[in-house]
Design a protein around this ligand. Structure first.
Ligand code: UD1
Ligand code: CA
Length: 456
């Protein structure tokens, strides 16, 4: 039978060093609260029962952790007396009786399923406590893992460690798995006689051993255990996240000319054979289909770019932009809540908002859908194979029929039927031979001004 598991996320910290009006676990990594990344890792490790220990900003943290796949129950830790005290805030959940209890931190968003699974495997193999460790480039501040003959003997917090122990680089990542049947008994035995006067979760190792139990450490990459305490660490975590995700996408068939300049969102979906030029930024909710090219310096958010379409350079796609197959949205164009039909072209300096552009239509440079009257938004509908001349203003609500032709510089305020030609501007007035006469008059006026000035 499959072993049952309760994961406990500790997220009751004050976040003092973040210097922020909100708890650090609410700060976004790749556009999504840190805590949601942790819940996601639990979900991908097939863990569906989660206890969340909250303190500061309890309601907001609980809301940010809520997902469809995982049932998250929040527990309030009223006083912050240490990691073991925090785990015991979820006593009620632990008491339900699980095979495995897994403790993770809300400020460690790069954790993946693999070390969590390895820790649970350690319990299944008969250990009482399995600690997720890492080789620290700089172990300062971390609890050190004291390992003898393959067994984990103790975890010594930095402040409590001897000089010799401080030379150990194998460190406690903070995450651990505990035999669920023994967890409450072991946790209740933890005291606070240490340098910080806190109830240390790490004491579990020695306590379990003193009761003839077994403890081991499993090693995970340091990157996955990177914790966030300051804004500088937040930026570092963002960088690691971006690197990891770009790499995954490239291995999945996405080309990036300068990957280090591409910024992805947690949910950016890029199909095989998408090409990203340098300096492309994705906000949340973007999907790009196969063969599409996103040219340099484009910003996309809540957009769907269909197969073979090209976007940019310097394009902005806002929520609800649906860019049709093989269509083009060119430089300095903005598209919001609008459908660009298959093969349509919106090439230069254009705003298309709250609109539908039919397949094969061509929207001339500088065209603007005037979608907002200061109070309400209105829709512009352009049919298939229409042509809108440059620098036209389409004052919504308005529609332009299939195959219609709008003269450049038009202000279109009334519907244009299919195949009609619309001149939404005054006709050009040409006076042959008039230019030299005007020039002569202007010269005379200039000379008169000069004379008047000299006479002053
Ligand atoms: C902890 C470990 C240390 C390990 C390090 C890895 C202990 C005693 N020490 O140290 O061995 O190397 O993590 O980063 O476990 N929290 C609460 N309530 C509390 C105390 C903490 O919710 O009363 C939460 C914090 O918000 C944080 C996590 O628990 O997410 C870890 O607490 P923190 O005080 O940062 O532990 P460290 O001193 O970093
Ligand atoms: Ca910490």
């Amino acid at each position: 039978m499959e072993r049952t598991c309760l994961a406990i996320i500790l997220a009751a910290g004050e976040s003092t060093r973040m210097k922020s009006a909100m708890s650090k676990v609410l700060h976004p990594v790749a556009g999504r609260p840190m805590i949601a990344h942790v819940v996601d890792a639990l979900a991908s490790a097939s863990i569906s029962d989660v206890a969340l220990v909250v303190g500061r900003d309890a309601d907001a943290v609980s809301a940010a952790a809520a997902t469809d796949e995982v049932a998250v129950t929040s527990f309030l830790q009223k006083e912050r007396l240490g990691t073991a005290h925090a785990v015991l805030a979820a006593r009620e959940a632990i008491a339900k009786g699980y095979d495995d209890v897994l403790v993770v931190f809300g400020d460690t968003p790069l954790i993946t399923a693999a070390p969590l699974k390895a820790a649970r495997d350690g319990l299944a193999a008969g250990n009482d406590v399995v600690v997720i460790g890492f080789q620290a480039a700089d172990p300062t501040g971390y609890g050190r893992l004291i390992v003898k003959d393959g067994a984990l003997v103790a975890i010594r917090e930095h402040r409590d460690a001897s000089d010799e122990e401080r030379r150990i680089t194998y460190c406690n990542g903070g995450l651990m798995a505990i035999d669920g049947r023994k967890a409450l008994d072991l946790l209740d035995r933890i005291g606070n006689a240490n340098a910080k006067g806190e109830y240390y979760l790490t004491d579990l190792v020695e306590i379990a051993r003193s009761l003839d139990g077994r403890a081991i450490a499993v090693e995970a990459p340091e990157e996955e255990l990177t914790g966030c305490n300051t804004r500088a660490e937040l930026a570092y975590i963002e960088r690691l996240w971006q690197q990891r995700r770009r790499h995954e996408l490239m291995l999945a068939g996405v080309s990036m000319i300068a990957p280090e300049t591409v910024f992805l969102s947690w949910d950016t979906a890029l199909a095989q054979d998408v090409l990203l030029e340098p300096n492309v930024v994705f906000g949340p909710g973007v999907r790009v289909e196969s063969g599409a090219v996103i040219h340099a310096f484009s910003h996309l958010e809540g957009a769907h770019v269909r197969a073979g379409a090209t976007v940019g350079p310097f394009a902005r796609l806002r929520p609800g932009a649906d860019i049709g197959a093989k269509s083009k949205v060119g430089n300095f164009c903005e598209v919001k809540n609008a459908e660009i039909g298959a093969g349509a072209k919106v090439n230069h300096l254009t705003y298309i908002g709250d609109a539908v552009v039919g397949a094969g239509s061509n929207i001339g440079a500088g065209t603007i859908t005037c979608n907002y009257d200061g109070v309400n938004k209105h829709v512009t509908r352009i049919g298939a194979n229409a042509f809108v001349g440059s620098n036209s203003s389409l004052v919504a609500p308005v529609s332009i029929g299939d195959g219609a032709l709008v003269a450049s510089g038009s202000v279109i305020t009334e519907d244009v039927p299919a195949d009609a030609v619309a001149f939404g501007r005054a006709r050009q007035d040409v006076k042959p031979g008039r230019a030299p006469i005007l020039r002569e008059r202007y010269e005379a006026e200039k000379a008169a001004r000069k004379r008047a000035k000299a006479a002053e």
